[in-house]
Design a protein around this ligand. Structure first.
Ligand SMILES: [Zn+2]
Ligand SMILES: [Zn+2]
Length: 172
């Protein structure tokens, strides 16, 4: 199992985030409000910028960030800061997340505008999807929570793709 970011490493990430915030202010000649930086992201991404309800924040995945610390400090931090700056500049106008403004800012940051990382994530805890057992005439199926809820609500019916009979919930 990969150890998540230590307190000291989190401080480094925050300092790096502030560094790119200052760079962005110098580039654009204006101030940008500081936003919360959280270390609570799970799943397969190292970082994420989120804007909802007039609020913005940056989230980092403490396991993936820790596993590839140097690369994430170099690439993921400017990547997420650039998302925030483009969001702040475009003032609600729709912009493509990795479009020209974002790419131009990444270039000014001297950061690689790579979007897809194909990293080995072994040892990184993954969000586990709960599964629910269902039976048809021929076998047991493991059904996702989304489908399970639809069937409970009566808004979805699923048939086995082998025997075509209706799936019926079997309590575990
Ligand atoms: Zn992105
Ligand atoms: Zn079947």
């Amino acid at each position: 199992m990969v150890a998540p970011l230590s307190r000291a490493q989190q401080q480094q990430v925050l300092a790096r985030t502030e560094h790119f915030m200052c760079r962005a202010e110098a580039i654009h000649g204006r101030r940008f409000a500081r936003i919360p930086v959280l270390f609570d992201l799970r799943g397969r991404a190292a970082g994420m910028f989120k804007a909802a309800g007039g609020q913005c924040w940056i989230r980092f995945n403490p396991w993936i960030f820790s596993k590839y610390f140097a690369e994430n400090l170099r690439d993921t931090v400017p990547h997420e800061v650039a998302h925030y700056i483009v969001h702040a500049i475009s003032r609600g106008r729709r912009v493509r997340p990795h479009g020209p403004q974002w790419q131009a800012l990444m270039a000014r940051f001297g950061a690689a505008a790579e979007v897809t990382f194909d990293r080995d994530l072994s040892g990184v805890p993954q969000r586990r999807q709960r599964r629910h057992p269902y039976r048809c005439a021929c076998r047991v199926h493991q059904v996702s929570t989304t489908r399970h809820n639809r069937m409970l609500a009566g808004t979805g019916r699923y048939h086995c793709r082998y025997c075509d009979s209706l799936l019926v919930y079997t309590a575990p």
